[in-house]
Design a protein around this ligand. Structure first.
Ligand SMILES: [Zn+2]
Length: 230
């Protein structure tokens, strides 16, 4: 068989494999089954972004998945808080293992991605660098009915699909902020770089101080775009 024929077979085999998994002829472990619900105990893998995207379309699946998330949240009916900025399939996140400076509105995929990030990215980074957990997060908010700065495209904040993370407090009271501690070579700077990289593993878009001056004091994370990590 020529190389090109073998090459043609690959998509056919992949489609067959996907069909077999979908029809449950083939029993994969849930973390490698694209149609199994997201499990917050499992670290992110290649299928995580697919599983998170599915939540955007399916409120019922979203409710099922978030019920198992380590989050305190309240369901929020679909609404249009400000003209031109409808908020759909969203919850109000009130707390988790950490406290927040205030509750925030989040689309289901954003809330689920946040829960994964906290457990598998943020807390391991804090343990690795400081040998203690983060107990509080200060954010600059999620919902804002506006366009991206200096553009006429709607920001992901306009649909509560983005969150701005500004600071972290450790169990012993140590405070770490993106504004003050990003530039440096100490443990705080090292921790912030690990947090940024961990955010990139889960959120579709992660933008920090290296992106532009508008992000000098926070990490913007959102579930709108495709694989931007800067
Ligand atoms: Zn932002």
């Amino acid at each position: 068989m020529t190389f090109s024929r073998i090459f043609l077979l690959v998509p056919v085999l992949l489609a067959g494999l996907a069909f077999a998994v979908w029809q449950q002829y083939l029993d994969l472990p849930p973390r490698w089954n694209p149609w199994a619900p997201l499990d917050f105990h499992e670290p992110p893998n290649l299928l995580t972004s697919f599983k998170l995207r599915r939540l955007a379309q399916d409120r019922q699946l979203c409710e099922q998945v978030l019920a198992s998330a380590p989050l305190r949240y309240a369901n929020v009916p679909d609404s249009t808080p400000e003209p031109g900025c409808p908020v759909e399939n969203s919850v109000r996140v009130e707390g988790s293992v950490v406290r927040f400076n205030g509750p925030f509105l989040a689309t289901c995929p954003l809330a689920a991605a946040y829960a994964l990030f906290e457990r598998h990215g943020l807390q391991p980074a804090a343990q690795a660098v400081f040998r203690q957990p983060v107990v509080r997060i200060d954010h600059f908010g999620s919902f804002a009915c506006r366009n991206i700065a200096r553009s006429n495209r709607r920001s992901q904040h306009a649909s509560a699909n983005a969150l701005d993370l500004a600071g972290f407090r450790l169990q012993d009271g140590t405070r770490i902020t993106v504004a003050r501690d990003w530039q440096g070579s100490d443990d705080k700077a090292r921790f912030l770089r690990e947090v940024r990289d961990a955010a990139c593993d889960v959120f579709n878009v992660t933008l920090g101080p290296e992106y532009n001056v508008a992000h000098r004091d926070h990490f913007h994370v959102d579930m709108g775009g495709f694989g931007i990590c800067r």
